[in-house]
Design a protein around this ligand. Structure first.
Ligand code: SAM
Length: 257
């Protein structure tokens, strides 16, 4: 059976009104994420996978943050990006589906001379912010958890929240489901690395294959698909930076009027 490429799964027309079925799918996805991440909040600070750290640094670099900027970090976790932005003088709202993550975020002091941090416990699918109220919308390794139509809605909403000249920075695991040679290379490398770990590695291969193939928790799409979503929402100067084989940062700017 042919596997559909993620870049082909992104609908070609802008999102139409949300059906009852789609709202239910979103509600289930949110519940799964909230349960999973609530249980990981205690140890998340220690999760310093080198790929994720590199991607986060690149996201910060591409954000061009300056003191006084108003920012939102979607799926902020315990604040890997939020705290850096605040240290550089930005006023940041960290948004996460998990109350436990936000509790840990808010427990961290912002160094003197920095900006501010405020946490919001809300799924990004249901986040409502004032139009033209932000200079930066940023996210690291969170939006691949969203269903594809919700990814598109969030990008469209981000365009509305940003002031003209504001930037969207999406850093995430970005790959399809094996139809391109890049996808196949990434999957083969991951499987080989896990297999070297013996029985625990084989167990992880099975677990990850299940999540990935059935798109239960991990729903990455390709850099090209992200880039198309941003362009379709109206962003200009859309750039893609592949940081490590399976992850990239896609950025776009809301045009000046
Ligand atoms: C892989 S962690 C990344 C956390 C953080 N951005 C970082 O770089 O360390 C994914 C985060 O996304 C959050 N998340 C997952 N689904 C979400 C949703 N629908 N709305 C808001 N946050 C969500 C999780 O609670 C978790 O904190």
């Amino acid at each position: 059976m042919a596997v559909t490429n993620e870049s082909e799964r992104v609908p070609e027309t802008p999102t139409t009104p949300v059906s009852k079925k789609s709202k239910m799918s979103t509600a289930v996805a949110i519940r799964v994420q909230r349960r999973m991440w609530g249980g990981r909040a205690d140890t998340w600070d220690r999760h310093n996978d080198s790929g994720m750290t590199k991607v986060a640094s690149k996201a910060i670099e591409l954000a061009d943050v300056a003191p006084g900027m108003d920012c939102v970090d979607l799926g902020c976790g315990t604040g890997r990006l939020t705290m850096v932005l605040a240290e550089r003088g930005a006023n940041v709202v960290g948004v996460d589906v998990s109350a436990e993550m936000i509790e840990r975020l808010e427990a961290q002091p912002v160094p003197e001379g920095g900006g501010s941090v405020r946490g919001m416990v809300v799924p990004v699918e249901r986040l409502e912010l004032a139009p033209a109220s932000l200079d930066l919308v940023i996210t690291n390794y969170a939006l691949h958890h969203l269903l594809d139509p919700d990814k598109e809605r969030v990008v469209t909403a981000a365009f509305t929240w940003l002031r003209p000249g504001g930037k969207l920075v999406v850093a995430d695991m970005m790959l399809g489901r094996g139809t391109t040679s890049r996808d196949r290379e990434i999957i083969a490398t991951k499987v080989k690395a896990m297999a070297k770990k013996g029985i625990p590695g084989y167990w992880r291969i099975m677990k990850n294959a299940g999540r990935y193939l059935f798109r239960v928790q991990e729903r990455p799409i390709t850099p090209e698909a992200w880039s198309r979503l941003l362009t379709r929402a109206g962003f200009v100067d859309v750039t893609t930076t592949v940081v490590v084989s399976e992850a990239a940062v896609v950025t776009g700017v809301k045009p000046q009027v």
